[in-house]
Design a protein around this ligand. Structure first.
Ligand code: ADP
Ligand code: MG
Length: 489
C-alpha cells in the first residue's frame, strides 16, 4: 500500500506509514545522486577529522588522570588497582560474576597454567529487580550464587570470587568499588555512591549459608585485557565494542594521580578510561550529524556517552534507520514508501547492519528479507545498493572512530608492539569491523606494531584471573603474618 499523505493508515496487514514525499524531491538521476550525497556527506569524515578527535581525546584523558583536573574531565580514567597482567602460573578454582552485559552469569573457572576450564550459568534479572532496591538486587545475586554453588557441589569449599561489574565505578581498592552511576537499563535504589562489594557481602551475610569472598571487582574491558594477556604478554589494551564501548590500558603508576594507597607492586596500573563519555563537553559536536543528535535526544541519557553513541551496538542500527528514513522521505528510497516498523525507534537492529553488509550484491537476499520483515513492500536492487551504502558509511565511521581511540592510546603508551584485546558482538559479528580498524589504526598510529585479538569470554576468565592473583598475594601476606587484604594485584 502506498499513501501519499502524511497520516498513518491501517491496512489488512498492519499499520503503514505514509510516504510523505517532499514536493521538491529530486527527479533526474543526477539530481537524485547529488541529493543522496548531500544527505550522507556528514557521515563521511576525513583523516583530519580523526586527528582532531584523537588530539581532543588525548587532552581529556590527561585531564582525567590528573588529580587537579579529574573533577571536570569527561573521560574519568578510573584507577582499577590491577597492577599486573597474569604470568601464566595462576591456578585453582574461582567463582566469577558477570553483571552489566546482556546477561547476568555466574561462572566456575578452573585455572591450571594455560589451561582454563569454565562452567557458567545465565540467570535472569527480572525488570522489577533491575529497577527495584539495591538490597533486592544483591539478595537476588546471592541467591543465584547459592543455586550455582549447590548445583556444582561446592558448598563445602571456601571459594574466592572475582566480580565483573561493567558499570562506571570509582574504585578505592581492588575490592572496593563505588558505583558512580547506573547505565544500560539498571536503576536500583541505594547503590550509586556505595561500595558494591560491601553490598554483595552484606547480602551473603544475610543469607548465612554461603562461603564466598569477593576479592576483586573489575570492568569488562579489564576482563578482556587480562584474559588475552594470559596467552599474549604483549596485550596492554582492552576494548569493548558491544552494547556500549569502553577501553582500558596499562598506564605508568606515576601518572595515575587518582589512585589511593601506596601498595608495593609493579610501577604500572590498568586504567579503565570510560571513554564512552568522551565528547560530553561538546568536543565531538563538530562531527555530530542530525542523525546523531536525534539518537542522543531520544536516549535515556541525553547529552551523555556521546562518543559511545557514534560507535556501539546500542545505537548504530538507529543511526542507519534515521538516515534511511531521511532518504525515503525525499523519495530516494523504496519509492518513498515507509512502514510502521521503519518509523519505529530502535527497530532497525545493529545486527541488520552486519547482515546487509554481508549480503550477496547480485541479488541481495538478506537485505530483501530484512525489509520484508519491516513490511516495506517494494525493494529494488537499487534500493538495496543504497541501503548497503548507508550501512557501510555508518559502520565505517564507527570503526574509524574506534581506531582513533585505539590509536590515541597506542601513541600515548609508546610501546613498540601492542596486542589489543577486543570483546563485544559488534566487533565479533560485523563482517568488516576488524579490517576497517586495522586499516585506520595503521594511518593514525604509524610506527607502532599492533594486532587485535578477540577476547574469548573475558568477563569470566578475566575476573577469575584477577581474583587468582589477589588470592595469591593474600596468601603470601598471611604467611608473612599480615592478614590485610592487598589492593595491588
Ligand atoms: P554486551 O555488550 O551487552 O556484553 P554483546 O557484546 O553481546 O553484549 O553486545 C550486544 C550488542 O551487540 C547489541 O547491542 C547489538 O546491537 C550488537 N550486536 C548483536 N549482534 C550483532 C551483529 N550480528 N552485528 C553487529 N552487532 C551486533
Ligand atoms: Mg559483554
Amino acid at each position: 500500500m502506498r499513501a501519499m499523505d502524511s497520516s498513518c493508515s491501517e491496512s489488512g496487514s498492519g499499520f503503514y506509514f505514509s510516504s510523505k514525499l517532499k514536493a521538491d524531491a529530486p527527479k533526474t538521476p543526477e539530481e537524485r545522486k547529488a541529493f543522496v550525497e548531500n544527505i550522507l556527506r556528514p557521515l563521511d569524515l576525513s583523516d583530519d577529522d580523526y586527528h582532531t578527535v584523537m588530539q581532543s581525546m588525548l587532552d581529556q584523558m590527561e585531564r582525567g588522570l590528573g588529580a587537579a583536573t579529574n573533577d571536570t574531565a569527561p573521560i574519568k580514567m578510573y584507577p582499577t588497582y590491577v597492577r599486573a597482567v597474569p604470568d601464566g602460573t595462576e591456578s585453582g578454582e574461582f567463582l566469577a560474576l558477570d553483571l552489566g552485559g546482556t546477561n547476568f552469569r555466574v561462572l566456575l573457572v578452573t585455572l591450571k597454567g594455560q589451561e582454563v576450564k569454565m562452567d557458567s550459568k545465565i540467570f535472569l534479572i527480572p525488570q522489577h529487580i533491575m529497577l527495584g532496591s539495591g538490597k533486592h538486587l544483591f539478595d537476588h545475586i546471592a541467591e543465584c550464587i547459592y543455586r550455582f554453588v549447590k548445583e556444582h557441589n561446592l558448598m563445602e569449599r571456601k571459594l574466592p570470587l572475582g566480580f565483573t561489574f561493567s558499570f562506571p565505578c570509582r574504585q578505592k581498592g581492588l575490592a572496593r568499588a563505588m558505583l558512580t552511576t547506573w547505565t544500560k537499563g539498571f536503576k536500583c535504589e541505594g547503590v550509586e555512591g556505595h561500595d558494591i562489594v560491601a553490598l554483595l557481602h552484606e547480602a551473603i551475610t544475610r543469607r548465612g549459608d554461603l562461603n564466598v569472598e569477593c576479592l576483586a571487582v573489575i570492568n569488562d574491558t579489564v576482563g578482556a585485557l587480562m584474559s588475552c594477556a594470559h596467552t599474549d604478554r604483549k596485550c596492554a589494551v582492552g576494548i569493548i565494542l558491544g552494547t556500549g564501548s569502553n577501553a582500558c590500558y596499562i598506564e605508568k603508576l606515576e601518572k595515575v594521580e587518582m589512585a589511593e594507597g601506596n601498595e608495593p607492586g609493579p610501577p604500572e596500573m590498568l586504567i579503565n578510561t570510560e571513554w564512552g563519555a568522551f565528547g560530553d563537553d561538546g568536543s565531538l559536536d563538530f562531527i555530530t550529524t542530525d542523525f546523531d543528535r536525534q539518537v542522543d535526544k531520544h536516549s535515556i541519557n541525553a547529552g551523555k556517552q556521546r562518543y559511545e553513541k557514534f560507535i556501539s551496538g546500542m545505537y548504530m542500527g538507529e543511526i542507519v534507520r534515521l538516515a534511511l528514513e531521511k532518504l525515503r522521505k525525499n523519495g530516494l528510497l523504496f519509492g518513498g514508501e515507509g512502514s510502521y516498523h521503519m518509523a519505529t525507534r530502535g527497530r532497525f537492529y545493529t545486527k541488520y547492519v552486519s547482515e546487509v553488509e554481508s549480503d550477496d550484491t547480485d541479488s541481495f537476499p538478506m537485505t530483501k528479507q530484512i525489509f520484508q520483515e519491516l513490511e516495506i513492500e517494494t525493494v529494488t536492487d537499487q534500493d538495496c545498493r543504497l541501503v548497503r551504502h548507508v550501512c557501510a558509511l555508518v559502520s565505517r565511521r564507527a570503526a574509524f572512530l574506534s581506531s582513533a581511540g585505539v590509536a590515541c592510546i597506542l601513541n600515548k603508551m609508546k610501546r613498540p608492539e601492542v596486542t589489543v584485546a577486543v570483546d563485544g558482538s559488534l566487533y565479533r559479528f560485523h563482517p568488516h569491523f576488524h579490517d576497517l580498524m586495522m586499516e585506520k589504526t595503521r594511518v593514525l598510529a604509524p610506527g607502532i606494531r599492533y594486532k587485535f585479538m578477540l577476547s574469548e569470554d573475558g568477563s569470566g576468565k578475566g575476573a577469575a584471573l584477577v581474583a587468582a592473583v589477589a588470592n595469591r598475594i593474600l596468601a603470601e601476606q598471611k604467611a608473612k603474618g599480615n592478614p590485610e587484604t592487598s589492593s595491588a594485584v
